[in-house]
Structures are given as C-alpha cells and as structure tokens.
Design a protein. Structure first.
Length: 320
C-alpha cells in the first residue's frame, strides 16, 4: 500500500478554500458559502405505466421524477444493447465552457447527436446543418436496433402522445426541420470524474436559464451497473428563492462541469434522493432540479435519452 504523505494527500484532496479562490472572487465565495437550499420533500414515484395524472404531478412540481418499471422488456434491451455497442462510434460529450474551451463530461454518446449548444455563428450553423441532416436517419437507425420489435423510444413517443393532453411530437425548428431524439448515452467507470463528482455524480441542471418550468428529461435504461450508477436528485424547493440562489446559479452554469467546482457544489448540497435504475426502466425527471449520475466501478450504464419541453400549445416536444 502506498503511504500517503501530507503533500500527496493535498494534491489528491484539493482544499476547498483554494478552489474558492481559484474560481470565485471574495464576494461570490461568501455568497456561495452562505447559500442554503430547503428540501420540498418531493419524491420519485414508481408506476407500472404512464398516466396523465402522474405527468401532471410532475408538471405541478409534486414529484421530482417518475419511474416506469420494465418499460422495455429487459431481454429486448439486452439484444438491442449488444447491437448498439457493436455499431456505435462512441465519443465523449463535450461542452463549451467560457474561459476553459471544450471540457469533457462523464458521458459518451453513440448513435445520434446532441443538439449543438455553441453560441450563434458560423460554427453553430455548420453543426446545425449536420444535426438536421442526421436527425431522421439516426432515429431510424435506433429503431432498427430493436427490429422487429417496437423500439422503447418510439413507444415512449406514442404513449406520451396518448396520455398527454396537447400530445407529443419531435421538436421542430423554425425552419421546419425536425430534431433528433433518443440519444444513446453511455457512461463507463473510466469516464467518471475524480473526487466528489465521481462518487455522487456531476450535479447539474440541464437548462442554463435558471428556474425554467417544465423541462424534463426521459431516460430509458438499456444496461445498468450491478452496483452504483444511481440517479441522484436534490429535491430543492423550487421558486423565486432557488432561482436567485447563487449556489443554484453555479449548478446551472457550465462551470458546474469542472471537477474542482463540483467539490464546492457537493460540499454545499444536502443528501439527495436516489433511485437505482434497472435495465428496461424508464425515468422521466424534472431537470430544473439538480441531479447527477452516481459513480460505479464495474459495468456500463447505457440509456436512450431525450429532453422534453412544453410547447406553446401545451404539447410535449422531444429533442436530445
Ligand atoms: O442518466 C440518468 O439517469 C440521467 C441523466 C441526466 O442527467 C439527464 O437525463 O438529464
Ligand atoms: Fe441532466
């Protein structure tokens, strides 16, 4: 066993104070150190099928997430995953962070592309062209991985349309182009961050505009590790107070994808509520609440993912 000397202990567990001074000025540091969240005690509901009532409860902030157990038959999930892993050219999902350029996340994606998030300009235009061109062929490619069975992602689109007043559809851009939805996301032990974010996950929200209402994410889990890989959700009381909370702003920012900043975030958050997805489960969660995928040592964690926004006429709009 290596003996830990004081100096290598220091490099392994960077002191919080030095992280504060590295990333924030004195005033912001003090605000973050004083910031507190209240839990609203909302939970994660497990159901056997999607119902209008449970989605309304999610929309009204009465629950944090809904899990549909066995939404996809586990043996179908296994068969499709074997094909997906063989076929997919997995790449790390990178984010543009102001001042730090592209930073890696803990997640790789295979079939499909996440919608580009660059600021307006020629680089974004180029990425959007590729995204639009590939959207429908990639949706069909994923469908083919489950053939001759119904893809669970297609089933999700159908069932959301059936149960939600206002219906469900693929997100459509102002130019009439359809979005891609149902991204294959893969997390491996090797891609996890070190430190708190590797243990509890990268605490984040998925929309940088703080306090967005009714912005959900759906994940259909195809393969999950035997131990670890829980979905952690912080059931913070949402509203004006949380939207103005400097810690919430930090979690919403791209800086949250910095492993050192995660040390600060985790030191300030209370214990999350947690759910361990199993192969075949569907979870729809409110992604305005901080959430994270807990680390694991062995195995793969693969899911088909889509965001769900509420459109102007009350319809659900899906895009990855
Ligand atoms: O994989 C999961 O359980 C949730 C991932 C996530 O952060 C999301 O869907 O927004
Ligand atoms: Fe997320």
């Amino acid at each position: 066993m290596t003996k830990l000397s004081k100096s290598n202990l220091e490099t392994k567990t960077p002191k919080l104070d030095s992280i504060y001074t590295k990333y924030f000025d004195q005033e912001l540091s003090n605000l973050i150190k004083r910031a507190k969240f209240k839990s609203d005690k909302c939970g994660i509901e497990t159901m056997s099928k999607l119902t209008p009532e449970i989605l309304k409860a999610l929309a009204n902030g009465e629950i944090c997430a809904v899990r549909i157990k066995g939404f996809c038959d586990p043996s179908l999930a296994k068969r499709a995953t074997d094909k997906i892993v063989q076929y997919g050219h997995f790449r790390n999902w990178k984010l543009n962070v102001k001042g730090a350029g592209e930073v890696r996340t803990d997640t790789d994606y295979g079939i499909g592309l996440p919608s580009p998030s660059d600021s307006p300009g020629p680089a974004l235009d180029k990425k959007l062209d590729i995204y639009w061109k590939r959207a429908i062929p990639d949706i069909r490619k994923i469908r083919s991985m489950f053939s001759p069975d119904l893809s669970p992602f297609d089933r999700l689109r159908l069932e959301l349309d059936e149960v939600w007043s206002g219906g469900a559809m693929l997100e459509e851009f102002p130019n009439g182009k359809k979005a891609f939805a149902g991204l294959v996301r893969l997390i491996r032990p090797e891609t996890l961050y070190k430190g708190a974010a590797g243990k509890w996950g990268i605490a984040h929200v998925d929309d940088q505009s703080t306090g967005t209402k009714n912005f959900w994410s759906a994940n259909i889990y195809l393969r999950t590790p035997r131990e670890g890989g829980e979905l952690n959700i912080w059931n913070i009381k949402m509203g004006e107070k949380s939207a103005n909370n400097p810690l919430y702003h930090l979690i919403c920012s791209r800086l949250a994808f910095n492993p050192e900043v995660q040390e600060v975030i985790h030191s300030r958050l209370f214990k999350p509520i947690s759910v361990k997805p199993e192969s075949g489960d569907l979870i729809i969660l409110d992604v305005a609440r901080p959430h994270a995928v807990a680390g694991f040592r062995k195995g793969l964690r693969i899911a088909l993912q889509s965001f769900i926004r509420h459109g102007p006429s009350g319809e659900l709009r899906l895009s990855s």
